[in-house]
Design a protein around this ligand. Structure first.
Ligand code: GLN
Ligand code: ZN
Length: 762
C-alpha cells in the first residue's frame, strides 16, 4: 500500500482569513482570544479539507502566525535581547514584535524588526534568525504541541512538520564577527531531542524534518554536520522523515539517503532526474516519499505520466512508497472551487492546494486499487485535460511560434556598441553631468486608489478614469519640473502593479479571483498565470507616455517591465521552458519599446527587478539561466535606434557574482539600489570596469526619512571615487509609490541640490 501524505498546507485561508484576523488584531479591532479562535478554526478546516481530499497523514506545524522560521526561533528561545529580557517567556506579541519591529516611546527605546529574506527560490519571505556566539537554546514556545493535541482531539492522524537543525542554522545569521553559527549545532540539538520526545509522548508516530538545504551546494563542514546531527537525533524516539525540496540532491544524494532516519522525501517535479538513481542508494529499511505533484504551480498534474514512475517505484518499494506534493503547498493558492469567473475549460486545467491533495490521494489510490471506478474516472479526466491542453488554440499560437523560430542573434544586438551609441545619445539628450531622474512611480495616493476602485465598481467611466489619471500625470510633471529634475517620468499612477498591469494587456495570461499566496506575514500576492503563447494585441503604455511627453519640454522616460521579471512574478507554464516563455514575453515587450520610440520617446526603461531572483539554487545551473535571461532582455531592448537610450532598473541586488551578466544586458543606463550599502555595491562595477552608465540610488525609499543634500552628495562622491563621473546618474534607490508626496518632494529637492553640488566639484 502506498501512502498519501502532505508536506504542508497554505495557512492563510481561502478568503485570506488569517491575514484579515492578524491585521485586525494589530489594529486592536479584535482580541487575542478572537485571533486564537480564528487560528483554531482555520487549522481545523484545513485538516478536514486535506482529509476529505484523501490525505492519510496530515501535516501539523505548517500553521504560523507570521512565518514558520520565526515560530522555530521562538520555539528554540532564539529571541534577540531587544525583544525579550533574559528569563522572560515570549508571548504572541513578542512574535509580532520580532516580525514588525517596535516603535520607540518616551519611556522605552524601539527595536527594529528582524531582517526578512527570500525562502530559497520562492517568493515567500522568512525572518532571518539572529545568533550570537553565546547563544543558548531552550524550549520556549509550545504551539506545535498544542496544535498536535488539537488535531488528535479532532481524530486526525498527524505528522508534525519541523525545520531541521541544519536548515534552520543555515538560514540564520551571525550577529557578531568571529564565530561560525554551525558551532551552535551541539547546543541546539538537545532542544530537538526534547521536541521529538514530547511529540512521541503525545502519541505521534512520524515527524517530518525539513532539510531543503540538502538541495544546495553545501560546504564540506555542513555536510559533515548532517551526519553528526542525525547520528545524535537517531536515539530520540519516533520515526523521522527528512524532507528535501526545490532542487535535486545531486552530490548530497548519498548523504541524504544514508542519514540514520526512517524516510526521505525528494522533489521529483524540480529534479526528476533523481529517479531512479535514488532507488539504488536508498537503504532497504527506508520509506521513500516521492514529490510528484507540483507544489509551486497551479496546473493539474499529468496523472498517467506520474503513475509510470510511481508504479515502477512501487514494484521496488512496496509499502515503503509514499506519495506527496513536491514541497509544502504553502506556495500554491488554496482552493480552485472558489474561482467562479474562469470558464470551464481554463478551470479544468488548474489545480490549487485542495485539488493537489486530491491528486496526491488519487495517485496513491491508483497504486493500491488500480481498477477502482474512482481511479479510472480520474485517469480518464486527466487524459482529457492533457489532450485538450496539448491541442488548444487558446494555448498554441502559430504566429507567436513562428516569430520565436525566426529570432536570430542580430535581434538581440543593438546596431552599434555602447561606446558609439552613448555619443549619439549624449548629443541628442544634452544632459548635464550627474543627470537626475527617478525610477518610475510616484506616490500611489488615496485619490489614485479611489479612482481605480471607482472604475472597477463602475462608478467611474473609462473616460472619467482616464481623465483622472491624466490629471495625476500633469501633477507629476509639474512637480518634477519645479524640482528641476532632468529626465522625467509619468509616475505610473495608472498601474496597480508593475507585472499585473502588463499581464492584463497581454494575450496568454489569465487572472484568478482568489489565487492568493502568502508572500510574508500578512502580505499575500495573487500572481497572474501564463497559460498560453504570449502576444501583445495592442500598445500598452504609448498613449500614457506620449500624453506625459506632451506636457513637458523635458525628456520623458517611458517605463516598462522586463521579460524576466514578468516571468518570475507570474505562475509559469509547465509545457514550455522558462527560457521559451521569457522569449515570448521579450518579443511582446519589444514591440512596445519600438512603439514608444516611434511615438517620440527618447529614453525607455525596462525594469528587471527580479533578475537576480531567477538564479537557480545550484551554481552549476547559473550560467544557463544568466544566458537566457540576458538574452531575453537584449531581445526586448534591441529593436530601437542607437540614439534611443535604454535604461534598466534592479532592486536590492548583489552584483558581484553576476556582474558579467549585467554587463551583457548592455543597457545604456542601469539604476540600482545602493544607498543602504553606502555605495559598496558599486565595487563590483568598479572592478569589472563596467562600461555603461549607472545610476546608484542616493537615498533609501523604504523609509520616510528625508536625508539632507550633503548626505546624498557624499554618496555621489563615493560613487565618483569608484567610477568615471561621465558614467554616473543621480536617482533614488527605487520607485516612490509607497511614499507620501511631502517626503518625496523634499527628498528629490535634496537630490537635485546634491547633483548640482557635484557638478560644481567635477
Ligand atoms: N518602475 C517601478 C517603480 O518605480 C520599479 C519598481 C521596482 O523596481 N520594484 O515603481
Ligand atoms: Zn526597484
Amino acid at each position: 500500500m502506498a501512502l498519501a501524505h502532505n508536506l504542508g498546507f497554505p495557512r492563510i485561508g481561502g478568503d485570506r482569513e488569517l491575514k484579515k484576523a492578524v491585521e485586525a488584531y494589530w489594529k486592536g479591532d479584535i482580541s487575542q482570544e478572537q485571533l486564537q479562535q480564528t487560528g483554531r478554526e482555520l487549522r481545523a478546516k484545513h485538516w478536514q479539507l486535506q482529509k476529505d481530499a484523501g490525505i492519510e497523514l496530515l501535516p501539523v506545524g505548517d500553521f504560523a502566525w507570521y512565518d514558520q522560521v520565526l515560530t522555530h526561533s521562538l520555539t528554540f528561545g532564539a529571541i534577540p535581547e531587544r525583544f525579550l529580557k533574559a528569563g522572560e517567556k515570549p508571548t504572541l506579541d513578542t512574535l509580532f514584535a520580532i516580525a514588525r519591529g517596535v516603535v520607540g516611546s518616551s519611556c522605552c527605546g524601539g527595536a527594529h524588526a528582524q531582517e526578512m529574506t527570500k525562502w530559497f527560490d520562492t517568493n515567500y519571505h522568512y525572518l532571518v534568525p539572529e545568533l550570537t556566539s553565546d547563544q543558548q537554546f531552550s524550549l520556549s514556545w509550545n504551539e506545535l504541541f498544542e496544535e498536535v493535541d488539537e488535531a488528535l482531539a479532532l481524530g486526525h492522524k498527524v505528522k508534525p512538520v519541523i525545520i531541521g537543525p541544519l536548515t534552520w542554522l543555515w538560514l540564520a545569521k551571525e550577529k557578531e564577527a568571529g564565530f561560525n553559527r554551525l558551532d551552535l549545532l551541539e547546543r541546539l540539538l538537545p532542544v530537538y531531542g526534547e521536541i521529538l520526545r514530547k511529540l512521541n509522548s503525545q502519541g505521534v508516530e512520524w515527524v517530518q524534518i525539513d532539510e531543503p538545504i540538502l538541495g544546495l551546494d553545501l560546504p564540506q563542514e555542513w555536510k559533515n554536520a548532517f551526519e553528526r546531527a542525525y547520528n545524535l537525533l537517531q536515539t530520540e524516539p519516533g520515526k523521522k522523515l527528512i524532507a528535501t525540496y526545490f532542487s535535486g540532491l545531486d552530490d548530497n544524494l548519498g548523504l541524504a539517503a544514508n542519514l540514520p532516519v526512517d524516510g526521505l522525501h525528494i522533489d521529483l517535479v524540480r529534479a526528476p532526474e533523481q529517479y531512479p538513481t535514488i532507488l539504488d542508494r536508498l537503504p532497504a529499511y527506508k520509506v521513500l516519499s516521492l514529490g510528484v505533484v507540483n507544489g509551486r504551480n497551479v496546473w493539474r498534474a499529468d496523472l498517467e505520466k506520474i503513475l509510470e514512475t510511481l508504479n515502477h517505484a512501487h514494484e521496488r518499494l512496496g509499502d515503503r512508497l509514499w506519495v506527496a506534493p513536491s514541497c509544502s503547498l504553502l506556495h500554491s493558492p488554496v482552493d480552485l472551487a472558489r474561482e467562479d469567473q474562469l470558464d470551464d475549460e481554463l478551470k479544468s486545467w488548474l489545480a490549487f492546494a485542495v485539488q493537489k491533495c486530491e491528486e496526491v490521494a488519487i495517485l496513491a489510490e491508483a497504486i493500491n486499487n488500480p481498477d477502482s471506478a474512482k481511479v479510472q474516472a480520474a485517469l480518464e479526466q486527466s487524459r482529457k485535460v492533457q489532450a485538450s491542453r496539448a491541442a488548444s488554440p487558446r494555448i498554441h499560437k502559430p504566429q507567436v511560434q513562428q516569430r520565436i523560430a525566426a529570432i536570430s542573434s542580430k535581434d538581440s544586438q543593438r546596431n552599434s556598441p555602447f561606446a558609439e551609441r552613448i555619443k549619439l545619445q549624449r548629443e541628442r539628450l544634452n544632459l548635464p553631468l550627474f543627470p537626475t531622474t527617478t525610477i518610475g512611480s510616484f506616490p500611489q495616493t488615496a485619490d489614485i486608489r479611489a479612482a481605480r476602485q471607482g472604475l472597477r465598481q463602475g462608478k467611474l467611466s473609462e473616460a472619467q478614469y482616464k481623465a483622472a489619471m491624466q490629471e495625476q500625470i500633469r501633477l507629476a510633471v509639474e512637480v518634477q519640473e519645479e524640482l528641476g529634475l532632468d529626465v522625467l517620468v509619468h509616475g505610473e499612477a495608472e498601474r496597480n502593479d508593475m507585472v499585473e498591469y502588463f499581464a492584463e494587456q497581454l494575450d496568454g495570461y489569465l487572472f484568478t479571483r482568489f489565487g492568493w499566496v502568502q508572500s510574508y506575514g500578512s502580505r499575500c500576492v495573487k500572481p497572474a498565470v501564463i497559460y498560453g503563447d504570449i502576444s501583445r494585441p495592442e500598445a500598452m503604455t504609448v498613449e500614457w507616455i506620449a500624453y506625459a511627453q506632451q506636457q513637458t519640454g523635458k525628456i520623458m522616460k517611458g517605463m516598462l517591465t522586463g521579460p524576466v521579471t514578468m516571468l518570475m512574478w507570474s505562475f509559469p507554464r509547465e509545457d514550455l521552458t522558462r527560457k521559451q516563455q521569457a522569449q515570448q514575453l521579450a518579443l511582446a515587450i519589444r514591440d512596445e519599446v519600438v512603439d514608444l520610440e516611434a511615438a517620440g520617446i527618447k529614453i525607455i526603461q525596462i525594469d528587471e527587478a527580479a533578475f537576480r531572483e531567477g538564479l537557480p539554487l545550484r551554481r552549476a545551473d547559473w550560467q544557463e539561466y544568466l544566458d537566457w535571461a540576458t538574452e531575453s532582455f537584449r531581445l526586448t531592448a534591441s529593436g530601437v535606434r542607437d540614439e534611443t537610450q535604454i535604461h534598466t532598473h534592479m532592486c536590492y541586488s548583489e552584483f558581484n557574482d553576476v556582474i558579467a551578466a549585467i554587463a551583457a544586458m548592455d543597457a545604456d543606463v542601469i539604476t540600482i539600489e545602493t544607498s543602504r550599502s553606502q555605495m559598496e555595491l558599486l565595487d563590483a562595477f568598479e572592478s569589472f570596469h563596467y562600461p555603461n552608465d549607472i545610476g546608484p540610488g542616493v537615498y533609501d525609499i523604504h523609509s520616510p526619512r528625508v536625508p539632507d543634500s550633503e548626505e546624498m552628495a557624499n554618496l555621489l562622491r563615493k560613487a565618483a571615487q569608484r567610477l568615471p563621473v561621465e558614467q554616473l546618474w543621480a536617482n533614488p534607490d527605487c520607485g516612490l509609490k509607497t511614499r507620501g508626496w511631502p517626503e518625496t518632494k523634499a527628498a528629490l529637492e535634496h537630490m537635485v541640490t546634491a547633483a548640482k553640488q557635484l557638478r560644481e566639484e567635477y
